[in-house]
Design a binder for this molecule. Structure first.
Ligand code: GDP
Ligand code: ZN
Length: 316
């Protein structure tokens, strides 16, 4: 028997760490070219992929097949505009770590992330981190955004790895599930991972690279088994989240509260821009759709129309 089925735990681009269903960890390479809906991929195999492998030696193997994915999270490659980059596959939920301050809140980034996950109906938990830094003004801002995202069906938590606030709820949310953990650099994702799971921190230390400052630097996505059940996929801090691979209608269909109202638009291909009798724009005016969501929408549409490039240090 020189074949087995396993799950990809880590991808470095040139080789993959795979855990077989019998619990054996091995390094595997890929054979041949894999594509996604005809688009080129920078990383054909994703963390979370179920794969068929064939041993080439006692502890090395070749991935010969990717089993059908239940879902996946894919984005425009940050380096190669015409390529797609798979963040992870076969996940139960994504957890997006954001902040109100240090770094300041980027509503546009949250909406971009939700656009990316919505195409596969992936539940997202938004975690506002660094709650120890908040005064009344920041808490008010949090309440405002909590309401916006709760209203459209997302769970919102808050946490601090300094004070421990909110960590129990966070752990409870992770238990027994496969979660993609994401965020832009500096929001405290690594600290959070290490605090909620000290066992994980140890493990991270053993197998990851450290920068000169002794800080954990994530270069590639990597999955960890949680001791209490479930799996956590750590991803590199996101710096860009562009949508040049989308059509405007893809955006319209995946802003979920826009889509829900779009049957009320006069035109069935309404892009909710300047069309007459647009139910979405009416809802923005009536306060039924958050203006921040509409602003994000307009920005993404404009980016697609002009094929612009968006970066996290933009002010929205
Ligand atoms: P990552 O880039 O998202 O992985 O963020 P890090 O975990 O490396 O943290 C970025 C910076 O934020 C570091 O200086 C941390 O010490 C700090 N930090 C992380 N978590 C918290 C928190 O809960 N509260 C405060 N005040 N600072 C934090
Ligand atoms: Zn419309």
């Amino acid at each position: 028997m020189n074949q087995a089925i396993g799950t990809v735990y880590k991808s470095t681009g040139s080789w993959y760490r795979v855990k077989t269903d019998k619990g054996i960890m091995l390094d595997a390479r890929i054979k041949g070219k894999f594509r996604l809906n005809g688009k080129k991929l920078t990383n054909p195999v994703a963390v979370g992929d179920r794969v068929k492998i064939e041993w080439t030696s006692a502890d090395e193997a070749t991935i010969i097949e990717i089993l059908t994915r239940n879902n996946y999270v894919v984005r425009q490659s940050p380096r190669k505009k015409h390529f797609l980059h798979l963040l992870a596959s076969n996940i139960d939920q994504a957890m997006l770590i954001v902040t109100v301050v240090e770094p300041s809140l980027k509503p546009g980034f949250i909406d971009r992330f939700l656009l990316m996950t919505e195409t596969h109906d992936i539940p997202v938990v938004i975690v506002f981190n660094k709650s120890d830094l908040w005064g009344p003004e920041e808490r008010e801002k949090l309440d405002e955004f909590r309401a916006i995202y709760n209203d459209i069906g997302y769970k919102v938590l808050h946490s601090s790895s300094l004070t421990g606030e909110g960590l129990d709820k966070l752990k409870e949310t992770l238990q027994g599930k496969t979660t993609l953990m994401s965020g832009h650099s500096g929001v405290g994702k690594s600290s959070l991972m290490n605090t909620i799971q000290p066992e994980l921190a140890l493990k991270t230390e053993e197998i990851s690279d450290y920068s000169g400052k002794g800080q954990h630097t994530t270069t590639f996505a990597e999955m960890f088994d949680l001791p209490e059940g479930g799996r956590l996929i750590d991803t590199p801090g996101i710096k860009t989240l562009g949508f040049n691979h989308f059509e405007v209608m893809d955006v319209a269909h995946n802003f979920r509260e826009f889509f829900a109202l779009s049957s009320g638009c006069k035109f069935n291909n309404c892009m909710h821009l300047n069309e007459p009798k647009c139910a979405v724009r009416q809802a923005v005016q009536d306060g039924q759709i958050a203006p921040t969501r509409y602003r994000s929408y307009l920005q993404i549409v404009e980016e697609i129309e002009n094929q612009n490039y968006w970066e996290i240090n933009n002010d929205w």
